[in-house]
Design a protein around this ligand. Structure first.
Ligand SMILES: *Cc1c(COP(=O)(O)O)cnc(C)c1O
Length: 549
């Protein structure tokens, strides 16, 4: 592979370009102390200086998050800038052309038109799968760019990596894969392919899963030779100083994961609920944060939603999307509002359960008093994000991922101005439901768990997932409160867990210090859970009165 292979495709005027250079570009790492080079105002107000044209700090952070070196990364004023630059770098106006799947993102065609480049949309099949032969048939010697979008907007599907690799082998131009929605997809990004294919350009963005559409920051990732061309052609200060600063403070992968889990759970809920809507004919499977839905009267329903204050994207006039609305996934209450207009009864008080993968469940419970989200992954450890509004309960719940070897996120908004009762009860139920959902049919698990960690307190927790529900609690607290929580609430909490998980749960504890006693119970619970959910801990099946689990 020749890493500079793409250079033969570049417009001659771009190869010959002598790019604009700032005085600060020229001084390299030797940073001056007095800036009299750029005719800026000398009065410091946070924005009086030009931004870093190379976005060094932000680029390094984003590159590290993506697991690539910074010389493979271009940051643009939205992905839209990267799309425009692709045309300006590779396509001679009035001469070259670009091929794209259709339906897909509108900017590929708009940017082509602005640059006087012939644009050739090639229809996907009726089920939105990729027609490789048709794509290649549309290409000729003047085709410089081929656009794919995966997951595709508006259809929501991902194209198989084998197909994309075959196109990389057979198409001699630049293959652009737009991964704007990749964070929501169950398949990984194609970034690892960059090492092998010097004509591959991958686009991503901070506008969708990262929640920063207002900042306008898009990513193009490619071979260093291609990135160097982008950097020469872009406007010097394309990412403003506030966007660079703000993005740095918001690039927290834990927040990304949390939001992706919530949105995915909501997408699954919408998918299920919308199929009960009298207006819906078809819902296309989605790996993104939206659903493409075919309805009876798209224009009519679009208007009805708008009259009710809900705007969706009407795609009925897009070829291949006749009768379709594209609906972005919102917050649970926004989705409820959508469903109500769509004629779907919304059950409040019920839990929404979504399975995000093997033994990974997300439960959302919304009642009049509380809104709880529990995200439990029995197969993966390392994530612990607990925010219930009750700091002592947070501290206790943190013992579960720490000592249970699981990943746990809990967020709760409850009526704490009344008291902690509803919040503790509903967190307990949702946690139990998440355990039950993650365990699924429970095949091959240890089933039993017991533990007795000894600090200055003993706690004994027995768990059995055999199917019977039985709760026993032999714990006495000498104090009425610990950590601001009435001690009686702990038995109520674990009873709620037991109800939600439909298990046997027996708890005993001894010791003097109420804080330590509560903590020992949560630790013991975590250890017992770890044993009970472990897969095939013994080389034989455990018999049960109901057969083998
Ligand atoms: C939303 C979207 C983008 C993002 O564009 P930005 O300019 O980065 O906000 C890119 N590609 C597709 C397919 C999109 O849907």
């Amino acid at each position: 592979m020749n890493p500079e292979e793409a250079l033969s495709l570049v417009r001659p005027c771009i190869l010959a370009l002598d790019p604009y250079s700032t005085a600060r570009d020229e001084c390299g790492d030797n940073q001056p102390e007095v800036f009299l080079d750029a005719n800026e105002s000398p009065y410091e107000n946070g924005i009086n200086r030009y931004p870093d044209p190379r976005q060094k700090v932000l680029k390094e952070k984003v590159a590290a998050l993506k697991g690539i070196s910074a010389d493979r990364l271009f940051l643009g004023n939205g992905s839209d800038e990267a799309i425009d630059l692709l045309y300006r770098v590779f396509c001679n106006p009035g001469e070259d052309n670009a091929v794209s799947i259709a339906p897909s993102y509108g900017m590929y065609g708009v940017a082509a038109a602005m640059n006087d480049i012939a644009f050739r949309p090639v229809p996907l099949r009726a089920d939105f799968s990729l027609d490789e032969a048709a794509l290649l048939a549309a290409c000729d010697a003047k085709t410089k760019l081929l656009f794919l979008c995966s997951p595709n907007n508006p259809s929501g599907n991902v194209f198989p990596q084998e197909q994309i690799e075959r196109l990389l082998e057979s198409f001699p131009g630049i293959l652009v894969v737009d991964e704007a929605y990749i964070d929501f997809a169950s398949t990984p990004s194609l970034l690892p392919l960059l090492d092998r294919y010097p004509r591959l350009v991958i686009l991503q963005t901070l506008s969708k899963a990262w929640g920063m559409a207002g900042l306008r920051i898009g990513l193009a990732m490619a071979a260093p030779a291609v990135i160097a061309l982008f950097s020469r052609v872009k406007y010097p200060y394309n990412i403003n100083i506030l966007a660079q600063r703000m993005a740095l403070t918001r690039l927290d992968p834990a927040v990304l994961d949390h939001h992706v889990a919530e949105v995915t759970a909501q997408r699954i809920r919408l998918q299920k609920s919308l199929s009960a809507s009298p207006f819906v004919r078809e819902i296309y499977p989605s790996e993104a944060n939206f659903l493409l839905v075919r309805v009876d009267d798209a224009d009519g329903l679009y208007r009805r939603l708008l009259d009710a204050g809900v705007i969706v994207r009407n795609r009925t006039r897009v070829k291949g999307c006749e009768g379709c609305l594209r609906i972005s996934v919102g917050t649970p209450s926004e989705n409820d509002r959508l469903l109500e207009v769509m004629g779907v009864p919304v059950h409040r008080g019920a839990a929404d359960v979504a399975l995000l993968g093997d033994r990974h469940a997300v439960v959302r419970r919304t009642t009049r008093e509380t809104a709880i989200l529990v995200d439990l992954d029995l197969e993966r450890s390392g994530v612990c994000e607990i925010a219930t509004g009750l700091p002592f309960l947070d501290h206790m719940l943190e013992q579960i991922p720490h000592h249970g070897g699981v990943s746990l996120r809990v967020s709760a908004q409850g009526d704490l101005q009344v008291d902690e009762h509803h919040t503790m009860e509903d967190v307990g139920i949702a946690l139990g439901e998440a355990v039950a959902a993650a365990l699924g049919d429970k095949r091959g698990i240890g089933r039993y768990g017991f533990a007795l960690p000894m600090d200055d307190c003993d706690a004994l927790v027995l768990l059995d997932f055999g199917g019977r529900i039985d709760f026993r609690w032999q714990v006495r607290f000498d104090r009425e409160q610990v950590g601001g929580i009435p001690t009686e609430m702990f038995s109520h909490f674990f009873q709620s867990v037991c109800t939600g998980a439909k298990c046997n749960l027996h708890v005993e504890a001894r010791g003097d210090n109420a804080h330590h006693k509560a903590e020992a119970i949560f630790k013991a619970f975590a250890r017992a859970l770890r044993m009970a959910v472990a897969r095939s801990p013994f080389p034989y099946d455990l018999p049960s009165s109901k057969g083998v689990l």
